[in-house]
Design a protein around this ligand. Structure first.
Ligand code: SF4
Ligand code: SF4
Length: 157
């Protein structure tokens, strides 16, 4: 059993694996991300790329993502030097993310600056998350909502 897989239900792993082979579905996720990025860019958010918010082992927040989002992220192989383990995202080579084009919606909507725009970016999460969820139904794929680092560990990412 791979580290972390015991923490993730078999149904969730199966949902992610099913999503991984669906090219049209993954392309639809990419299009939705581009739309979300445009909305967030209009909010005027800025990231100073310190990597602090990605260190889940040091922060009290956790990042959850849908099955299709994990499948989308895994199109980008984690770098060999990435640190695997509970609450460590293997794509973080501090301070930078090595999967920026593939990162989940939760990563795209989290900003610190300027304070006036941070809420606008957070508010974009729910409507786009609902649409991501609906894509699974549209493509007849199972949905699961999982903690990112546990899912990547279970899938060997
Ligand atoms: S969102 Fe904030 S904490 Fe996260 S990398 Fe950017 S500046 Fe750092
Ligand atoms: S995918 Fe990138 S932005 Fe998201 S948690 Fe991992 S390193 Fe951070």
């Amino acid at each position: 059993m791979r580290p972390g897989s015991e923490a993730l239900a078999a149904a969730a792993i199966e949902a992610i694996e099913r999503c991984r082979g669906e090219r049209e579905f993954l392309a639809a996720i990419g299009a939705l991300y581009r739309e979300a990025d445009a909305v967030i860019a209009r909010a005027g958010c800025d990231c100073r790329a310190c990597g602090r918010c990605c260190r889940f082992d040091r922060m009290d927040h956790r990042l959850f993502a849908g099955a299709g989002e994990i499948a989308y992220l895994l199109q980008c192989p984690p770098p060999p030097e990435g640190i695997r383990g509970p609450l460590r995202c293997p794509y973080l080579i501090e301070p930078h993310c090595r999967a920026r084009g593939y990162r989940p919606l939760g990563c795209r909507t989290h900003f610190c600056y300027p304070p006036s725009a941070v809420q606008d970016a957070q508010d974009a999460y729910e409507p786009f998350h609902r649409r991501l969820q609906a894509l699974h139904e549209q493509f007849s794929l199972p949905y699961a909502y999982v903690e990112l680092t546990g899912a990547l560990a279970a899938l060997g990412g």
